[in-house]
Design a protein around this ligand. Structure first.
Ligand code: ATP
Length: 353
């Protein structure tokens, strides 16, 4: 029997609720599949841990995490810790420390769900986000703190190597999809250094993929294209900040933030990759039992795919789709369902498949 060792980091807010639901579904899947097992280890790293110990990740934590085959993550963010402290305390050290440079965000309207767009059925996108540098490189600082002359800088860092590997990853992924179409998202008209390098490297990499059609779009223009002509897009590659924003838009257009998954991949597999829903801690609904777990389940399917369990991943996706098509979903999708009822429905669908 194949065993996959997975670190579960539920983190904060509804992260704890949806990861618990995700583990329940994944364990049910492993049971009905019968050819592999999942050994989850729970790591309590989150804002409570931070308040108690002054750190999100304990000494030696990343080395410990490195031994796992994958990481199943919930959310980080707490009302009493500034967002930049929690994000840079937990999620970003893992993404950057494990060189998870390819952040993959599929968006599609699942059966039974409704897009706010009339032509929302045309949405079938994968947004590829550069995940280790760009606008979120962490380079910058503040001087003359608190004085009238205070200055803060936030420097975007674009490297040739960083751009090349993410563009190549995007072309590879686009070449495996039926439409074989890739859109370069940029802002090189206004940002004339880093973004121009970003574009130039893309054009060079494109020469190696003659079978992939590509176009280039400014980030502002691509938002209107997502809304007005969703079918004209397939795979999009964008910088850290741009893709962060575009993927929330994509999730809303696909029905709800609660259904959107993401994979933070280290494609070379030198480090474990991390899988999580794209939403955050959502404190407005925490503890109510109504967090939509679908994005976490879908992230679980992406994790299985990455672990080489393609058949199980397909089986889970099919069970998710049967559930969204027929079960009462959570209130974010207009239903009266709960995290528990949706989890049960997916487990039932897995058993009856
Ligand atoms: P972050 O800043 O980390 O992205 P946030 O709390 O500002 O977090 P999100 O948690 O991503 O924002 O979500 C915004 C809103 O969308 C939430 O307040 C919540 O109402 C809704 N939402 C997000 N995820 C879910 C979910 N899984 N189920 C139901 N509603 C959700």
């Amino acid at each position: 029997m194949r065993t996959h060792r997975i670190a579960a980091i539920p983190g904060d807010g509804i992260g704890t609720e949806v990861v618990a639901a995700g583990i329940e579904v994944l364990q049910e899947l492993a049971r009905v599949d019968g050819t592999f097992e999942l050994a989850f280890e729970h790591l309590p790293w989150g804002s409570r841990y931070y308040r108690e110990r002054g750190t999100y990740i304990p000494e030696g934590g990343l080395e410990r995490l490195r031994a796992f085959d994958a990481i199943y993550f919930g959310a980080v963010g707490s009302l009493d810790v500034p967002d930049h402290v929690s994000l840079w305390g937990l999620r970003l050290p893992i993404c950057q420390g494990f060189d998870q440079y390819a952040n993959v965000r599929p968006a599609r309207v699942l059966p039974g769900l409704k897009s706010p767009l009339v032509n929302g059925g045309d949405i079938d996108w994968v947004i590829i986000r550069e995940n280790t540098e760009g606008e979120y490189s962490g380079s910058g600082g503040r001087v003359h703190r608190g004085l009238p002359d205070e200055v803060a800088t936030e420097t975007s860092v674009f490297t040739r190597r960083g751009a090349e590997r993410i563009h190549r990853f995007a072309f590879e992924l686009a070449s495996r999809r039926p439409a074989k179409h890739l859109t370069l998202v940029t802002k090189s008209n206004a940002q004339r250094h880093g973004m121009v390098l970003w574009d130039e490297v893309f054009f060079a990499v494109a020469n190696d993929y003659p079978d992939v059609r590509w176009d280039r779009e400014l980030v502002d223009a691509v938002t209107t294209r997502m809304v007005l002509k969703p079918k004209s897009l397939d795979v999009l590659v964008a910088s850290n900040l741009h893709a962060d924003i575009l993927s929330d838009l994509a999730a809303a257009l696909a029905g709800s933030l609660g259904v959107a998954p993401t994979a933070n991949l280290n494609p070379e597999r030198a480090f474990p990759s991390m899988f999580e829903p794209i939403h955050g801690s959502a404190f407005d609904i925490v503890g109510k039992g109504i967090a939509n777990p679908i994005g976490t389940f879908w992230s679980g399917a992406m994790m299985l795919e990455h672990l080489g369990e393609s058949a199980a991943a397909a089986r889970l996706l099919a069970a998710i789709e049967r559930t969204t098509a027929s079960a009462d979903m959570t209130p974010d999708l207009g239903g009266k369902g709960t995290t528990a009822s949706v989890t049960r429905a997916v487990c039932d669908a897995l058993r009856s498949a």
